[in-house]
Ligand binder design. Structure first.
Ligand code: GAP
Length: 545
């Protein structure tokens, strides 16, 4: 059973060392996260797979690692200083701060012509707060999303040292277009790829690592002759979709969404969002835009840009003249992709039926929870939440013990945890779940944080321990991420590795001492086969290539 709520993923991520809340010892900092020992391996594998696919396996791409701090003029001429902002309004009644343009579109059914039209509608009380329905809204104000910092030792008190933490990696590639073109002697079409941090002072961060203020992007700027842009754009849409599928993402959880005219950035000719079906609903994973010649023109010296010292153009031998290439931009988020792979890989299933009397007790507890939710004062719990919990509890109660994984999944639900009776249900479900359900991350072996774990059948048998440690060392030398573990019984060790997505486990037993074979256990089939120790590294490398 896949994850039904983001809380399940958050809980697993914290429990098993994938992602921790940042600076938790001081109470944390809203919506910032630290990748733990397994999370950093997973995210690095995602980034490595992306780099391999878009740089190493292609002949038309080059890599780049541009600085995060750039000349402020980059952000002036890219348009970010003037326009990279969201118009926000404050509701004086419920103190929420919705995006005013979203409110306008939702309630008027069309785009506003600008902030003045939004404010006229607010003044005429034509717009309502989407949270409480009040029309007591403040005029909309633009909030720039770029983080400011100061470059240099002294705070000058004026703007002379002002710099921004880049809000996208893209501009670093545009301003390096000429450098890459000349040094690598490139001909159109060719592209530049870059992975790096970006920062946005998001007004509404949230949904775990989905929307944060500090995140990593994996972006491509692909330069083509005008006229060849549409075909190149479609080719990138197809290639990028296939990349996720090749890494194991289920096709039914991935869709292409054509941006509507009113959504398109002013410079974009077409943009397709790749969306993933996250537990909170379909949401953007990656945007693939045709940005035309906007960016290279914007950073080239011209009457509109007297600050640039050169022109970002391409000498076209066929036409014997300088042209400004068009740009196709597949722009993905490393954190979002990592989160999507985690969600997609999550699987919780029943492996063994619990005794009938335990099932009956649990069913009674779930039924009394459903009744208790039903009685709750609707002011304390929104009717829709109440309905959702009652429906889920009734469905689960009717289908126990088969629905035990669903119940375990619900145990982290924030709304359910607001209800006292839930504590009992949660305790009983988790206890039963521990013995009878199995959580597996069915990650593609190329993404798994650990490729193989090696165990000795007995940790107090020195010959087994020595052999297991030796095999682990050899696997490490073969370039595989291998770990040794002897901190539990074999069954428990398998479960632990299943939960973090390790595709293979090796057990060294007494037979290994005699015939130099080991048991290799497959995470997905749970099948075990005996393999000669000498053949293990090559066999595993073949399965993870
Ligand atoms: N250069 C184009 C650009 O930056 P974008 O749609 O704003 O386009 C591209 O961002 C991708 O970066 C998104 O599809 C998403 O995966 C990721 N991203 C954007 N904002 C993010 C945030 N606040 N937190 C996490 N990822 C984010």
């Amino acid at each position: 059973m896949p994850a039904t709520s983001l809380e399940q993923i958050v809980s697993l991520a914290k429990r098993r060392g994938f992602v921790f809340p940042s600076s938790a010892i001081y109470g944390g900092l809203g919506s910032t996260w630290d990748y733990g020992p397994l999370g950093v391996e997973l995210k690095n594998n995602v980034k490595r797979a992306w780099w391999r696919s878009v740089v190493h396996e292609r002949d038309d791409m080059e890599g780049l690692d541009a600085a995060i701090l750039m000349n402020r003029l980059v952000w002036k001429y890219s348009g970010h200083e003037a326009t990279f902002s969201d118009p926000m309004t404050d509701c004086r009644n419920c103190k929420s701060r919705p995006r005013a343009d979203h409110v306008f579109v939702a309630q008027k059914g069309r785009d506003p012509k600008g902030i003045d039209e939004i404010n006229a509608a607010i003044a005429a009380k034509e717009l309502k707060c989407p949270k409480c329905g009040s029309t007591d809204l403040t005029p909309a104000r633009p909030f720039n999303l770029m983080f400011k910092t100061t470059v240099g030792a002294v705070e000058t008190g004026d703007d002379s040292g002002l710099a921004y933490l880049r809000p996208e990696t893209a501009q670093g590639m545009f301003v390096n277009f000429g450098n890459v073109l000349d040094t690598m002697r490139r001909k159109l079409p060719f592209g530049i790829a870059q992975i790096g941090k970006a920062f946005r002072n998001e007004i509404t961060p949230g949904n775990f690592t989905f929307r944060t203020r500090e995140f990593e992007q994996m972006e491509i700027e692909y330069f083509v002759r005008p006229g060849e842009d549409e075909a190149a754009h479609q080719a990138w849409i197809d290639a990028r979709t296939q990349w996720y599928v090749d890494l194991g993402m289920r096709r039914e959880n991935l869709r292409q969404r054509e941006q509507e005219k009113h959504e398109l950035a002013h410079y974009a000719k077409r943009c397709v969002d790749l969306e993933y079906r996250f537990p909170m609903g379909w949401s953007e994973l990656e945007g693939i835009a045709n940005r035309t010649d906007f960016d290279l023109k914007a950073h080239s010296r011209s009457p509109q840009n007297p600050d640039a010292v050169g022109e970002l153009t391409y000498f076209d031998q066929e036409q014997k003249k300088h042209i400004v290439p068009y740009v196709i931009e597949p722009s993905a988020g490393a954190d979002r992709a990592t989160l999507a792979f985690l969600c997609d890989a999550y699987d919780e299933s029943l492996v063994k039926e619990p005794p009938a009397e335990e099932t009956t007790k649990l069913r009674e507890l779930v039924e009394s929870f459903a009744k208790s939710v039903g009685k709750r004062d609707p002011k304390q719990m929104e009717p829709a939440t109440k309905e959702r919990l009652v429906a889920a509890a009734e469905k689960i109660a009717a289908a126990l013990p088969g629905s035990l994984p669903e119940l375990v999944a619900l145990s982290d639900d924030a709304d359910a945890n607001r209800i006292e009776v839930w504590k009992k249900v949660k305790g009983a479900a988790e206890k039963l779940g521990e013995e009878h359900t199995r959580t597996v991350l069915r990650l593609n072996p190329r993404l798994s944080p650990i490729t193989v774990a090696v165990f000795p059948l007995k940790k107090n048998e020195p010959r087994l321990v020595e052999m297991a440690r030796g095999i682990k060392k050899e696997l490490q030398s073969a370039g595989l991420r291998a770990v040794y573990d002897d901190t539990g019984a074999i069954g428990k060790l398998y479960r632990r590795q299943d939960e973090v997505g390790t595709p293979f486990c090796i057990t060294v037993d007494f037979q290994s001492l005699e015939d130099k074979t080991v048991t290799v256990r497959d995470r997905d089939t749970m099948g075990q086969e005996r393999v000669g120790i000498g053949e293990v590294p090559a066999a595993l490398r073949a399965k993870t290539a």
